[in-house]
Design a binder for this molecule. Structure first.
Ligand SMILES: NC(=O)c1ccc[n+]([C@@H]2O[C@H](COP(=O)([O-])OP(=O)(O)OC[C@H]3O[C@@H](n4cnc5c(N)ncnc54)[C@H](O)[C@@H]3O)[C@@H](O)[C@H]2O)c1
Length: 430
């Protein structure tokens, strides 16, 4: 496979750049490249990959055999509805300590968000003050294109990847304007704000500029046929949706465990307390609905409820997110799982995950921007299903079912990397 070399600077433009996830990702990456801290959770930086047969004993690090962009070549920027610089934003997010931020204070202070495309009807709990003005969604999209071009020029970037780490937008159903590129472009020009969300303006602009686009929230955005058509036309990679970091990651490990052992499931109740801005936004029923659909989708697909009615024919699955300010970014996720064993005897499994939302998300952001750039240099375009590993609702086209099982996703990811570098894929038989 011909892979264009990772030469020159790689611009990383993050939508919602002043948020908790973005600032933790950017500050952390800058620290790591200065030699402070370990990029724990990142496959691109830490994981190895087995090459060849088991008896060959070849386990190099991914970054030593896959031609990824070097951290020293990354340049960060992005958009936010608040204009504070990234140092101030990171201090407000209260994820990383003052001491950790001090190490990269100079680099963070010079990153200032560009004005955002924002519509409060899509994120009810936020009041943006650093927002673009334009007559139509099309005009706003054109302004984002201009931002990307200027950023690329000013920072002397060879390539740019765009990633959404902004707030979850309210749920919108797929409508007829989303079905073809022509109808979608008309809706942008006609300023049909009911069906064109701000995130769609960013995604369209990114693709128009030839930049890979990553959707880190559950927004409909690029998960519509019109956007798939545009990605094919512009030959850019797209992927999403919704980073799989905490409770859903556990779900996609535990549900396959039940299924491989043919254990039954009666009910799964998941609840969370979360006190950051994301928690506040998700307190709004419209935004929560988008998240709920994303979180609920995994179990039925993994358990193949239609194939195993005696085990999984009647599952009660409920997901709750409760905004609870004292916890800030330190989310607590509880799961009560009612399982069923031999002859129908009930058992219970309880999980209490005291996690840190942005600490879990930051390494995924780093891997995703590096892999999306790799995809682009390999000439891959359209939906990047090999990156399903990172998402709660992995995007897939109409002919395929999504793969949710974390370990199958992991195998797909590593086998794709093997293919990219011209090594044999591994079926674990030898
Ligand atoms: N583990 C995780 O943290 C995790 C997992 C999966 C998904 N997510 C999603 O990632 C996103 C970011 O999470 P967070 O905790 O950083 O939230 P956050 O509220 O701290 O950050 C979101 C940022 O987006 C900005 N924003 C909102 N609308 C915007 C727009 N239209 N354009 C530009 N900026 C905009 C906000 O001002 C804010 O700075 C959320 O959608 C969240 O649901 C997070």
């Amino acid at each position: 496979m011909k892979i264009n070399a990772a030469e020159g600077k790689l611009g990383i433009l993050v939508i919602g750049v002043g948020g908790a996830v973005s600032t933790t990702f950017i500050a952390g990456t800058l620290s790591v490249r200065k030699g402070h801290g370990t990029p724990i959770g990142s496959l691109t930086q830490l994981a190895t990959i087995r090459l060849g047969k088991r008896n060959e004993n070849r386990f190099p690090k991914i970054k030593d055999v896959v031609p990824l962009a070097d951290l020293k070549d990354l340049v960060f920027g992005g958009w936010d509805i608040f204009e504070e610089n990234l140092y101030e934003a990171a201090r407000h997010a209260e994820v990383l300590s003052k001491d950790d931020l001090e190490v990269v204070k100079d680099e963070l202070t010079v990153i200032r968000p560009m004005k955002a495309v924002f519509d409060q009807n899509y994120v009810k709990r936020l009041h943006g003050t650093h927002v673009k003005e334009g007559k139509t969604r099309w005009d706003l999209m054109e302004q984002v294109r201009e931002d990307i071009r200027s950023f690329k020029k000013e920072n002397n970037c060879d390539r740019v990847v765009v990633m959404w780490a902004a707030s979850t937008e309210v749920f919108i159903p797929q409508s007829k304007e989303h079905n073809t590129l022509a109808d979608f472009e008309n809706a942008l020009k006609e300023n049909n704000t009911e069906v064109i969300s701000p995130s769609m303006c960013y995604a369209y602009a990114s693709m128009a500029e030839g930049c890979p686009f990553i959707m880190g929230a559950p927004n409909l955005c690029v998960d519509i046929p019109a956007m798939w058509e545009f990605a094919e036309k512009k030959q850019v990679p797209i992927c999403g949706k919704d980073y799989k970091t905490g409770q859903t990651m556990l779900k996609t490990v535990l549900a396959p465990m039940l299924k491989t052992r043919m254990l039954g499931l009666d009910g799964w109740f998941s609840t969370n307390i979360l006190g950051n801005r994301d928690g506040e936004v998700l307190d709004d029923p419209g935004s929560f609905k988008t998240k709920e659909v994303s979180k609920l989708s995994v179990i039925d697909t993994i358990l193949q409820t239609d194939i195993y009615p005696e085990l999984y024919g009647n599952i009660y699955h409920k997901v709750r997110i409760n905004y609870y300010p004292p916890r800030k970014d330190n989310k607590e996720g509880w799961d009560n799982i009612d399982i069923v064993g031999w002859l129908g005897y009930p058992m219970q499994l309880k999980v209490d995950f005291l996690c840190r939302d942005s600490i879990l998300a930051a390494p995924l952001c780093l891997d995703l921007v590096l892999f999306a750039d790799l995809s682009s240099r390999c000439g891959f375009y359209g939906i990047q299903t090999w990156l399903s590993f990172y998402f709660k609702s992995p995007m897939h086209d109409a002919d395929h079912v999504p793969e949710h099982d974390l370990f199958i996703q992991h195998t797909i990811l590593k086998n794709t990397l093997r293919k990219i570098i011209g090594e044999e894929t591994i079926d674990y038989l030898d």
